[in-house]
Design a protein around this ligand. Structure first.
Ligand code: PLP
Length: 363
């Protein structure tokens, strides 16, 4: 590591309360809420666990919509609280409002994941939240993968808890996460005798140590680098414009889908259910294309071209077009590699053209 890198990472000035106040404001703007935002000094999965532990307990009946591995994890944390948890599996076709409404009967809480990074699948979130609102059900949304790639309108959609992280479309760090929490959700958590206190999993600690104070002292020992990096990421997002960043992700989705089609592949998620953060592509049927995609070095976890996680590895691969990768030049480089791997170099130009046109034509 060069001296310059060490200088940027070490001996940072103390984190100032004013930086946290600015961060709170930018997070609220990003979540489109005038309500409160909590910060968590850990990655988003920890905050999701904290939320599950805070909103649920014995006596609660929770509908847990499972669109992929994150939803399944959330169900486990809910069950640990003693709540009655009902899983509703929504695959690559999403979930209809009718079946959602039926499943919500008798529930007091619903948990949904928007944009599963593992599957590239989206829900028709605003419509589903409207149904939950009509029934008075408390709503918890894992928006870690959606935030920055597609609008999450906490206030307009009546989301009670929305959890986000910086590491996906916001192109920021993974070490600090945040959640919008409504007044109703605060009452639920405060009245829950099982809600954690004096714990990493306590959102009430942040309320007592920061939200209900004059904000002159940051509680605990903040992760200076991570918190400052999240602030830098959000400043960059809002300098470009949140709408513009979301548009870049829509364009990346359209360009990827166009290229995938031109290369003779098909998307895994159903039409209208495809997330703006990544495109999951059904693996080609057995043949030279399949062998080419699966040869070592083509798909790499976390890279632009990534394998499916766990059991999904045999079904799909992913084009992760989020954050800085939501950019035409990077996508074209990925398309080149894919055409090469599939053994169809002749289709490369057509795929690049299709991607470029889709990018230009997407509003
Ligand atoms: C990435 C992601 C998370 C957060 O997982 P980390 O392990 O903190 O990166 C949570 N939910 C969804 C839907 C995600 O895509």
């Amino acid at each position: 590591m060069s001296a310059l890198d060490a200088g940027a990472l070490l001996d940072q000035p103390l984190l100032q309360p004013s930086e946290v106040v600015e961060l709170e404001g930018l997070l609220a703007q990003t979540l489109r809420t005038g309500g409160s935002v909590v910060l968590c000094q850990a990655e988003a999965v920890t905050l999701l666990e904290a939320v599950a532990s805070g909103v649920a307990g014995p006596g609660n009946r929770v509908l847990n919509v499972v669109t992929g591995p994150y939803g399944a994890l959330f169900g486990g944390w809910l069950r640990r609280t003693g709540a009655e948890v009902f899983d509703l599996v929504a695959g690559h076709h999403g979930l209809s409002e009718g079946s959602f409404r039926k499943s919500l009967a008798g529930m007091d809480t619903v948990a949904l994941t928007q944009a599963e990074a593992a599957t590239g699948a989206d829900l028709e979130l605003a419509g589903l939240l409207r149904v939950a609102g009509e029934l008075g059900v408390l709503t918890v949304v894992d928006a870690v993968a959606a935030i920055g790639a597609e609008p999450i309108a906490v206030d307009d959609w009546g989301i009670d808890v929305a959890v986000i992280g910086g590491q996906k479309a916001l192109a920021g760090p993974a070490g600090v996460s945040a959640a919008a929490i409504s007044e109703r959700a605060w009452r639920r958590i405060e009245n829950n005798p099982a809600a954690p206190r004096s714990s990493t999993l306590s959102v009430l600690d942040w309320a007592d140590g920061w939200l209900r104070t004059d904000r002159s002292r940051i509680p605990g020992t903040p992760s200076v680098l991570e918190t400052r990096a999240l602030l830098a990421a959000l400043r960059r997002v809002h300098a470009e414009g949140l709408d513009a960043v979301e548009r870049r992700h829509r364009r990346a989705r359209a360009a990827t889908l166009a290229a995938v089609g031109a290369l003779g592949l098909r998307p895994w998620a159903a039409e209208g259910r495809r997330a703006a953060i990544c495109t999951s592509v059904a693996l080609p049927e057995a043949g030279p294309g399949l062998a080419g995609v699966l040869q070592p070095g083509v798909l790499e976890p976390g890279a632009l071209l990534a394998p499916g996680d766990g059991p999904l590895a045999g079904e799909l691969f992913r084009v992760n077009h989020y954050g800085r990768a939501a950019e035409l030049g990077m996508l074209l480089a990925g398309i080149d590699r894919l055409a090469e791997a599939l053994g169809v170099p002749g289709e490369r130009e057509a795929a690049r053209q299709a991607a470029g046109t889709a990018w230009e034509e997407t509003a």
